[in-house]
Design a protein. Structure first.
Length: 365
């Protein structure tokens, strides 16, 4: 069976009222819970009012008491930006408060202004620190006392100030045994991260802004990594992201996707600009007006939009290209002025389109 989930960066207009954005995101998670979506993922960014959630754990904690079934994913906690003990402690706390409704998504960080802010501009050190942080966190959760972790970039110890009888020097363990599942996001074709995730048994998440042909390489690469360590995996573990909007008709879809001031144009204008900054282009050298046509074209290539019949057909074609997967993570975009249309789209995906896709996948694979 194909599950549905929700993934939010989230991305909003830079000057939008924060309270409005946060409540819009919260209400979308509550709708997802009502519709039977299995997961809701929230991103983490520190230095962008366009991506204004600085802590997915704090955001998701505001929804624990208002939901019963949906699992909360951190998408992702950027490990080079935080001490592993802080992450381990906060994740353990959330896991207890939610009674195990947590998936720990981790990464090296994807926002270039955050790299600068935390002095993490070197890609190699970010990648290695992420892996070492996961190792350190798992050690926090498994060892009882006399803690030591030493890597290339991390050196952590707690061996002297311990009084076990009083709990001093001991770490709280997660609610889930042995710990919440760990997930990583995938972008590049034949991704080294996919190989690593397969070797470790982590959940792979293919990004919504990645071309279908590149996504098609992710699962075979993941399986190869799993085979390296003798792990047996099934495609149900794989999460795949996509931006989907079911419109009233295809004419409406054309109008939305071609709107230079629309949500999808802004979305890819933002992502393309972040990519240019990451490649070394200075902000003052980027002319947003000149970047807009490329953003619109990318939206046309990657957004699945149209009436119910059109969206269903496009998603079936997408499945034919990438292969079977377990959960389709629908992107939570900004809903300004189109909240009813978006809510109807998420509802139709659950009530009508998801059963069709599930049946198709079961019959074909």
């Amino acid at each position: 069976m194909l599950n549905l989930g929700l993934f939010m960066m989230p991305l909003h207009p830079a000057n939008k009222d924060l309270g409005t954005s946060y409540e819009e995101n919260r209400q979308l998670v509550l709708l997802a819970e009502k519709l039977g979506y299995t997961e809701a993922w929230m991103g983490e960014h520190y230095s962008s009012t366009g991506e204004p959630v600085t802590s997915p754990l704090i955001f998701n904690a505001s929804l624990i008491s208002e939901t019963k079934n949906i699992k909360f994913g951190t998408g992702v906690i950027s490990l080079p930006q935080q001490h592993p003990a802080v992450v381990a402690g906060q994740v353990s706390l959330f896991d207890h408060l939610s009674k195990g409704r947590l998936i720990l998504g981790v990464g090296a960080g994807g926002l270039v202004s955050d790299w600068e802010l935390f002095d993490n501009m070197d890609g190699r050190s970010r990648a290695i620190t992420m892996i070492e942080s996961v190792e350190a966190i798992l050690k926090f959760w498994s060892e009882e006392e006399n803690y030591n972790y030493s890597g290339e970039f991390l050196d952590i110890s707690l061996t002297k100030n311990i009084v076990s009888e009083l709990g001093i020097g001991k770490f709280i363990k997660p609610y889930q045994t042995p710990h919440p599942e760990i997930a990583v996001s995938l972008k590049n074709p034949n991704s080294m991260t996919a190989t690593l995730a397969g070797e470790k048994g982590w959940i792979p998440i293919s990004g919504n802004f990645v071309d279908a042909k590149d996504i098609a390489t992710h699962w075979p690469t993941y399986k190869e990594g799993a085979n390296n360590t003798g792990k047996k995996v099934t495609y149900e573990k794989w999460r795949v992201g996509r931006s989907v909007l079911v419109t009233n008709n295809n004419s409406e879809a054309e109008e939305i996707i071609n709107d230079p001031d629309g949500v999808f144009s802004h979305y890819f204008l933002y992502l393309n600009t972040v990519g240019k900054l990451a490649s070394g282009v200075l902000g003052k050298d980027i002319k947003l007006k000149d970047e807009l046509p490329a953003a619109i074209e990318k939206a046309k290539d990657l957004i699945i939009i149209g009436d119910k019949k059109t969206v269903t057909e496009k998603l079936i074609n997408f499945i034919d290209t990438v292969g079977p997967f377990g959960t389709l993570l629908l992107t939570g975009h900004d809903m300004t002025n189109k909240k009813e249309l978006w809510n109807n789209s998420f509802t139709l995906m659950s009530k009508s389109i998801q059963p069709t896709l599930s049946k198709y996948m079961e019959q074909k694979f």
